[in-house]
Design a binder for this molecule. Structure first.
Ligand SMILES: [Zn+2]
Length: 685
């Protein structure tokens, strides 16, 4: 138990330490996320952050919504407030080639006769525009573009973006409105899709839509798990002029001084001619593939504020700026075949195999076709010359058939039809109402689903079985040796040895790997079971909250939803799964095989709370909220997130919300204060 963090503070000025920690963490955050020059390790950062969180929990009177602890989210928003923009958020007019850029530059020059004009060039970040309002140096609002006149305030979600200052450096104007783009860099986007794949959930198509969707999530702690980034590119000209700043490029440099992440180096070139603009376009057309975020063009702005003002606006967009949009890259190649793949949840995905072609600098051999409607719409035939496109997506897609091509498939080549039965087990496919996706409903014995489930179960983040790979799984399924994951544990050497490529050594390795997997923690066993919508993180939460596998069999949707981090979709999916008799029978065999079926709770201390269903609320004097929660589970209590008739005890700290208080009183649930709680646990002095 560690109540120590609070204890050693007695006699020390908590306020001073909180201020010091906030300042230090802010500086580290800026060095890490904006300058990419960290000066302490992640672990050291976490230690400081934890200290601050504990202090803030103990001293709610020093609450500050700009505190670095707010980055982790946790605020829930039912409905985002609609707020009018201070000045309209206009979009730029677009251009697609050198001629259009030249015509625009001529119009600019005509509006500024005999004046030298400089152009500031910037990358066009492929994300979501955002207007940020700061007051007293603190971020108070973050408005989406909305219809340009009114946006939605998504501050709680935006505050989780680590590269965005919640508190500005000294010298920043007050108040300040500043605009930029929120985007989802590729590495984080790919990692997110990987975890969705593992959880059997559909992948996101592109980073831009995902960034937009993420900003509208109601639970900011989910937003905090998605590494969004924010680049500032527009400072209110009036504010800047008041500071004596005369140009856009200078303003962007100023914004960097206040703590913002801004375009640097070649991403903020200032040039004087259309030729130079087009040279930059040519450069970025190639170089964009090396960036770790998506851009869809360049933005060209007249650099000087006085010239911008004289050029003014049209009704729709400023005359002093234009967007140059890259062409979406397309290539034409031959469609060799389409394969219909069945995933572990039964979803059928068409995958197109292509003659290799170069697209966006990468060799492409496969493309996605999404679903049956799209195949029908394109009227695809094998041998067709197809147009593949790579926009913001990772996997290119087929967008059309090049009928004019001489080598187009003749009319006798087979047309590609979406199958009506499963390509692996011949069961009739079903389409759920309102969904574009087809499913094979034969979950129990469809070989593709059986293989998919076993491959998921043995994968690195689940059971991590050494000595067993996909090919062997296919072999074992085909040989009829395994039908589900539990069968793995009854495999015997004498059954394996006669199989092809199965020498004594590989058999030994495989059996040893399975033996070893029996000590894999329960949360990973749960993840490995491949329950729909139960990814790695959800499995962890469920395992720690329900503790024992047995508890899952009787849990209701309401009980699960009362747990932290668990919503209705996950709750229903879990309950459905544990009502499935085939699944339950298989679980019994896994239990018999000796797999871990109970979460190992750190520091098991006592059973004073055995049988209690506990809600922890408010702040405490001698412990942080996390410590209080740990104390509940460590003493045999079960933790739930919200008060219901099943709750038997509420641990009530200071500042407990009035609605919770009312609910507890209405249901007659006893409230226990900190002192009584600690006494009951035998922890008071
Ligand atoms: Zn099937």
């Amino acid at each position: 138990m560690c109540w120590r963090s609070v204890r050693y503070l007695e006699g020390m000025d908590a306020r001073a330490r909180i201020d010091q920690l906030r300042e230090e963490l802010r500086a580290h955050n800026h060095r890490y996320y904006v300058l990419a020059e960290p000066s302490i390790s992640d672990k050291e950062f976490d230690v400081l952050l934890k200290e601050l969180a504990d202090l803030e929990a103990a001293h709610p009177e020093f609450d500050d919504q700009s505190s670095p602890t707010r980055r982790v989210g946790g605020d829930l928003t039912d409905k985002f407030e609609k707020v009018a923009h201070r000045s309209p958020m206009l979009s730029l007019s677009n251009s697609y080639n050198a001629e259009e850029v030249a015509q625009w530059a001529e119009r600019v020059q005509a509006g500024l006769p005999d004046e030298a004009v400089e152009f500031a060039l910037e990358l066009k970040y492929d994300g979501v525009a955002i207007a940020l309002w700061y007051e007293g140096g603190a971020l108070v609002r973050a408005l989406t573009r909305g219809d340009g006149a009114t946006g939605e305030d998504v501050r709680t979600n935006v505050a989780t973006i680590r590269s965005l200052p919640l508190k500005l450096n000294d010298g920043a104007p007050d108040p300040l409105e500043i605009r930029g783009e929120i985007f989802f860099p590729w590495p984080g986007f790919e990692a997110l899709n990987e975890s969705r794949r593992e959880a059997g959930e559909p992948e996101f198509a592109n980073p831009r839509n995902t960034a937009a969707g993420t900003l509208k999530l109601q639970d900011s702690s989910v937003v905090a798990t998605r590494p969004l980034d924010c680049m500032i590119y527009n400072v209110d000209a009036e504010t800047m002029r008041a500071l004596g700043v005369t140009s856009h490029s200078e303003a962007v440099r100023k914004a960097a001084e206040w703590g913002f992440k801004t375009p640097q180096g070649r991403a903020l070139d200032v040039v004087k001619s259309v030729d130079e603009i087009m040279a930059a376009v040519a450069h970025w057309e190639r170089a964009r593939h090396d960036l770790d975020f998506a851009i869809d063009g360049l933005v060209v702005k007249v650099n000087r504020y006085d010239q911008q003002r004289r050029l003014g606006m049209t009704a729709k967009s400023p005359r002093w700026a234009i967007a140059y949009k890259f062409e979406t890259e397309q290539a034409t190649t031959k469609l060799k075949s389409v394969e219909f793949q069945v995933g572990r949840t039964g979803a059928v995905t068409p995958v197109a195999y292509l003659e290799e072609v170069l697209l966006c600098g990468t060799k492409v051999k496969r493309a996605s076709l999404h679903n049956a409607d799209q195949i029908a719409k394109l009227g695809l035939r094998e041998g067709d010359m197809v147009v593949v496109e790579k926009g913001g997506e990772i996997i290119p897609k087929i967008v059309g058939v090049d009928a004019s091509s001489a080598s187009a498939a003749d009319l006798f080549s087979p047309s590609i039809d979406f199958p009506s039965t499963c390509p692996e087990c011949d069961t009739g496919l079903v389409r759920k109402e309102g969904e574009a996706q087809h499913y094979c409903p034969n979950n129990a014995t469809c070989p593709a689903q059986v293989r998919g489930r076993i491959n998921h179960f043995i994968s690195r983040k689940a059971m991590n079985v050494d000595g067993l790979g996909k090919e062997t799984v296919t072999q074992l399924v085909e040989a009829g040796l395994i039908r589900d994951v539990a069968d793995l544990y009854s495999l015997r050497a004498e059954e394996l040895l006669p199989l092809e490529r199965m020498a004594q050594k590989s058999v030994d390795n495989l059996l040893a790997g399975l033996q070893k997997s029996k000590s894999v923690p329960f949360e990973r066993v749960l993840f490995g079971l491949g329950i729909r919508h139960v990814g790695e993180t959800v499995a962890k939460h469920l395992a720690r909250s329900l503790v024992r596998l047995e508890a899952f069999k009787t849990a209701t949707v309401e009980e699960l939803m009362a747990l932290e981090e668990i919503g209705p979709i996950v709750a229903e999916s879990v309950v459905d799964q544990f009502l499935d008799e085939t699944f339950l029978a298989m679980l019994d065999r896994l239990v018999a095989a000796g797999l871990q079926t109970e979460a190992v709770i750190q520091e098991p201390v006592g059973n004073a709370l055995e049988g209690e269903v506990v809600v922890v609320s408010g702040v405490f004097e001698t412990m942080s909220r996390d410590e209080a929660k740990a104390a509940v589970t460590n003493h045999g209590g079960r933790l739930v997130g919200s008060i219901s008739s099943k709750t038997t005890l509420v641990l009530a700290g200071e500042n407990m919300g009035p609605s919770k208080l009312q609910k507890a009183e209405k249901l007659g649930i006893p409230l226990v204060d900190e002192k009584t709680f600690l006494a009951r646990l035998g922890l008071s002095e």
